[in-house]
Write a protein that binds this ligand. Sequence first.
Ligand SMILES: Cc1cc2nc3c(=O)[nH]c(=O)nc-3n(C[C@H](O)[C@H](O)[C@H](O)COP(=O)(O)OP(=O)(O)OC[C@H]3O[C@@H](n4cnc5c(N)ncnc54)[C@H](O)[C@@H]3O)c2cc1C
Length: 543
Amino acid sequence: MSKVAHYLQEHLVGEVMTGTDARHYFATDGSILLLDPSLIVYPRGENDVRKTARFSWQLAERGRIIPITPRGSGTNQTGSALSSGIVLVFPAHMNRILELDTKNNTVTVEPGINYAKLQQTLHTHGRFLPPYPASIEYSTLGGAIGENTSGEKSVKYGDTRAYLKALRLVLANGEVIETGRLHKRELSKKLGLATFEGEIYRSVDTLLEEQHELLEQLGRNVRRNNAGYYLSDIKRRDGSFDLTPLIAGSQGTLGIVTEAVLSTEPHNPQITLMMARFDSVEYLQQAIIELTNLHEPPSVIELIDQYVLQQVNELNPNQLKEIIKPPFSAFVLLVEFDNGDRSLKKAVKQATKLLEKYATAVQIETESEQQQQLWKVRESTSMLVANNTGAQRSTPLIDGAVPPERLREYIEGVYGLLKDIGIKPALWGHAGDANLYVQPQLNLNQVGDRQKAFRFLNEYTELVIKLGGTTGSSSSDGRLRTPYLENMYGTELYALLQKLKQIFDPYGTLNPGVKFGTSLDDIKAMLRTDYGLDHLYDHLPRS
Ligand SMILES: Cc1cc2nc3c(=O)[nH]c(=O)nc-3n(C[C@H](O)[C@H](O)[C@H](O)COP(=O)(O)OP(=O)(O)OC[C@H]3O[C@@H](n4cnc5c(N)ncnc54)[C@H](O)[C@@H]3O)c2cc1C
């Protein structure tokens, strides 16, 4: 055991590991990247986290950087939970529901809690947390906060940030703070503190005041943007101030979450599900825009294209046999309404009318069994994501979104790129948020496929930026998308984001390389040649 590991083990209650097998396991996550950590810490409580951060800070003061990376289940697809230093693994011990407040409809959790477990508990109380990702079975709440995760229900309910009410956060120097919305008087107190917390409040407040106009350019005209940091809702017009929204999506680069309070929504299992088929991308775009503009918008608008269906049909002809048959329409849209009351009927009626105007066929299901059948169409993407029959793997490279009115250009542009590069097309995702996925089947052990991967990454990013979109929509930058961040925001805004990072993390001990400090050459050096979903094979990963 190294001196550092030995020192930490003496001071922490949780376990410290340096064995090659543990380091090997944590050298990868859901991304195509690999980075060897020097040691693993399993914190048994906030004190362990605090002490680890303090230790790393003190070393940094003496010029030695040992970075810290918090980690949930490591299912992110951008290398955001990798570290060259210490990985803080939360699911082992810090995984409890601390309080279920049925009066205020909030839940307080530790970051390592499994998302699906929490959701099950909430369901038994007639509640749920809507922005769950497709990886709900095998990811954590800490990871969802780190990424500001969103999912199939986000088109109606929003992202994780919208539900995050308060946090306990360990700062870079080991100080613990509580975040939540502060009124003017409470803010004044914080501004007067002689601690690191006070310094952070003062510096962020000044930054917001001085860079007010520049900051307005941060919002892209998309429904979901997770690139960079979210500075829009810290200070409100009434003078209230809250660091909580900033921490959502910050990927462990500003502080480490040890406790979170989230609000929940009533869970209504009584839904109506519709499946609409389209031959025209123009009609598809128009239908989606009109659906999202309905007075009672759908709770799900998910897209699957014909190429997904064709490939699934080849891999497993039984998967969709009873539900949808070839020849497949160009696009299939799943539209769900979960309004719990009489407004459901009205909403479905309006949606049917507008879908019938644009789609070639519309199917409506109100019974749970038939709905489950329809869901199989969307869930069939897992066949592509998890397919490991040959040497090629479904490679997660992108997660962009564009303004909804540019969805058609986006889809046509992506198909064009894939054709030029020689990658099989297959497109799916959260169409209501104009956030679509392509995970090309590539063998990263082959030079030719590696070149294809980087060409796609570069040209896709150019396309999304040109369309006014974002490179990180349902999840954040990580390492993989960091090289493109400056391009997307421009030099001035990027420098502002760097300033913010500097305020929270002056020595660069908190998850360095994520959001800043990773170039395309770094990415190439970190590329896995044996990419696979080894961490996830207990489940069939949905996408
Ligand atoms: C098949 C598949 C489907 C997916 N579908 C979706 C989807 O629909 N929507 C979506 O948004 N994402 C999706 N993802 C990405 C990923 O699963 C989610 O972002 C998930 O919420 C990450 O949770 P995790 O526990 O695995 O976090 P990790 O990957 O371990 O960590 C994610 C980030 O959070 C930070 N973090 C973790 N714990 C803390 C903490 N305590 N304090 C501060 N920061 C912390 C980490 O440092 C890292 O930067 C998918 C991934 C896969 C493989």
